[in-house]
Design a protein around this ligand. Sequence first.
Ligand SMILES: Nc1ncnc2c1ncn2[C@@H]1O[C@H](COP(=O)(O)OP(=O)(O)OP(=O)(O)O)[C@@H](O)[C@H]1O
Ligand SMILES: Cc1ncc(C[n+]2csc(CCOP(=O)(O)O)c2C)c(N)n1
Ligand SMILES: [Mg+2]
Ligand SMILES: [Mg+2]
Ligand SMILES: [Mg+2]
Length: 358
Amino acid sequence: MDEFGSIRHWTNGRQSGELLHGQGVVLGIGDDAAVVEAPPGISGALQWVLAVDTMVESVHFNEATMAEADVGWKALAANVSDIAAMGGEPRHALVSVSAPGAWGPARIRRLYDGLYACADHYGVAIIGGDTTSSPAQLVVAVTVVGTVEAGKAIRRSGAQPGDAVFVTGPVGMAAAGLHYLLAAAALGGGQFVPPADAAAAGTAALVQAHRRPAPSVRAARMLAARGTVTSLNDISDGLSSEAWEIADASGVRLLLRESQLPVSGSMAVYARSKGINPLEWMLGGGEDYVLLGTMAASDAKAAKAALMEAGLPMYLIGEVEAGPAGVDMIAEDRHSGHRAEQEKRIPIQKKGYNHFTD
Ligand SMILES: Nc1ncnc2c1ncn2[C@@H]1O[C@H](COP(=O)(O)OP(=O)(O)OP(=O)(O)O)[C@@H](O)[C@H]1O
Ligand SMILES: Cc1ncc(C[n+]2csc(CCOP(=O)(O)O)c2C)c(N)n1
Ligand SMILES: [Mg+2]
Ligand SMILES: [Mg+2]
Ligand SMILES: [Mg+2]
């Protein structure tokens, strides 16, 4: 059973709707974060948005790919990104650390340097956590608490035929950065050894994208305020996987246009230098922590202009069509330079990161 099947197997339909309702649950398992009614007295105008994400040494990072502070930054950033994916504002975080002997106080303190840097950047207060030993590897789990205007959380399930599809940043850079770091480590026998060649210049941005993702909170808040966004999902597992999640939850087909996907020049140059099609990383690499969403086509250009005005990128990459649920891509016509007379439509598989494979 794969990761997503396992979650369904463990949880589907196991608590009564009455209990969930009684505890104020607006939206439970199945989206980027849960939404819960704020108790009366906090503010009837807001709801809580709650999520937890974990990083495990050797699965999400190793000594060669991330410094301690990067692990702290990314552990919180991945959570902040889930709040952004609901259109929410991140506010508080709880941090659980399980540390093996190799992670002494000085290393964990550096992890907290990164956590606090991310927390300060996004205005998140770290309000508690938990600490245990671990037999072998470091595990850091962050729970994030945010708020959203009551009834305004943006789910994965609202995409409508005719909507525009957008992303809030380039995809594939983090995967390229990971490839570069692992290749450099292989050269250095486990330690990061920067290759001598000057290709390293273009790879700094890739390494930064992998180590210090910058979730699209401001873009999400601006987009949510327009009231025209119909679905939102952050890209942790890969564009194709997240597009499938929106398609499945909404019962629609997402049509992506290859020619409109935001390609980073340094990512494409690096991929080709390794004989890899950049599209592989763009569709299936993951850890981009930008947002994929759908919105009313009539507001898409104005939304893009408003974000651009604020210095925030937004790319219109396709359209939503009526079901059956799935994802298609119109392939770029590389040869003519013109729109092909017959557009080539390719079905896109849900091919992203999966913790358990079948
Ligand atoms: N062990 C679990 N028990 C209960 N619910 C879970 C469990 N694991 C995941 N979920 C829920 O399943 C849904 C999907 O989780 P998933 O982790 O795939 O989403 P995500 O956090 O957006 O993605 P990623 O972890 O790749 O960043 C979420 O609503 C999440 O809260
Ligand atoms: C050393 C090392 N090997 C592989 C990867 C790739 N990776 C790990 S988890 C994940 C998806 C996001 O995680 P999650 O789904 O848990 O949020 C990806 C793309 C990495 N980062 N470091
Ligand atoms: Mg998510
Ligand atoms: Mg998760
Ligand atoms: Mg995942």
